[in-house]
Design a protein around this ligand. Structure first.
Ligand code: DX5
Ligand code: ZN
Length: 210
C-alpha cells in the first residue's frame, strides 16, 4: 500500500519539521484549494516548489480548483509528480489530461462523493491515477463516507477487465479501520492527513496504514 500523508494537516509554521515526521512515506499529498470549487483556501505552487526542494518523495498534487487548466503549468513546473483535477470542474478532460502529460507529469482524475464512476468511464484508459473522495473536498478531519468503497470496487473491476493501469487512491477519513476496507476493495494509495499528523508518532501511523 502506498501512503500519501496530506500536508494539509502539517504545521505550516514549521513545514520542514512536519515533512521530517513523514519522510518514511513514499508520497506526499498536496491539497490545493481556491475558495471557489471548495469553501477553503490552502496553498499554491510556491509551497509545492518549497516542498520539492526538501524531499525526494512523489508529490501528489490534488487540485480542488475551478480552473485547473490555468494553473497546471505552474504546479507542473513547481515539481509535482502527479497532478489530479476534479471531473466536476472541466468541459474537456481529455485535453487537460494531455496537457498535464505534456509537462512529463502523471495525470489523475478525482470524483467527489456525489459523482459516479460512470462520469469518468471514458477517461480511465488515459489516466495514471483515479482519486476517490471519501469526504466532501475542502477540509481535513472529516468522517469516511462508505459509499467510496463501492466506487473503489467498481474501479478495480474496470481496471482488470480492461487491462488499465491507473492507481486507485482514496482521500478523506482514512484511519486504521477505514484503511482496511479500502485495501480489501482494491485501493493502492491511501491519502491520510489528520490520522498521520495528529499523532505523537507519525511514522508508526504510516507503518500501521502500510
Ligand atoms: C480534503 C483533502 C484531503 C484531506 C484529508 O479535501 O482532499 O486530502 O487532507 O484529510 P483527513 O485524512 O484528515 O480526512
Ligand atoms: Zn486531497
Amino acid at each position: 500500500m502506498i501512503i500519501a500523508p496530506s500536508i494539509l494537516s502539517a504545521d505550516f509554521g514549521n513545514l520542514e519539521k512536519s515533512l521530517r515526521r513523514v519522510k518514511s512515506a513514499e508520497w506526499l499529498h498536496v491539497d490545493v484549494m481556491d475558495g471557489h470549487f471548495v469553501p477553503n483556501i490552502s496553498i499554491g505552487p510556491l509551497v509545492v516548489k518549497g516542498v520539492k526542494a526538501l524531499t525526494n518523495q512523489v508529490l501528489d498534487t490534488h487540485l480542488m480548483i475551478t480552473d485547473p487548466f490555468k494553473y497546471t503549468e505552474a504546479f507542473a513546473k513547481a515539481g509535482s509528480s502527479y497532478i489530479t483535477f476534479h471531473i466536476e470542474t472541466v468541459d474537456n478532460p481529455v485535453k487537460l489530461i494531455e496537457y498535464i502529460k505534456s509537462f512529463n507529469v502523471k495525470a489523475g482524475i478525482s470524483i467527489k462523493p456525489g459523482t459516479p464512476v460512470l462520469e469518468i468511464k471514458e477517461l480511465l484508459e488515459l489516466v495514471d491515477q483515479v482519486l476517490v473522495m471519501s469526504v466532501e473536498p475542502g477540509f481535513g478531519g472529516q468522517s469516511f463516507l462508505e459509499s467510496a468503497i463501492t466506487k473503489i470496487k467498481e474501479l478495480n473491476r474496470l481496471r482488470s477487465v480492461n487491462n488499465y493501469s491507473y492507481l486507485i487512491s482514496v482521500d478523506g477519513g482514512i484511519n486504521e479501520t477505514t484503511s482496511k476496507l479500502c485495501k480489501d476493495a482494491g485501493a493502492d494509495v491511501l491519502v491520510a492527513g489528520s490520522y498521520v499528523f495528529n499523532s505523537e508518532n507519525a511514522k508508526q501511523r504510516i507503518d500501521s496504514l502500510k
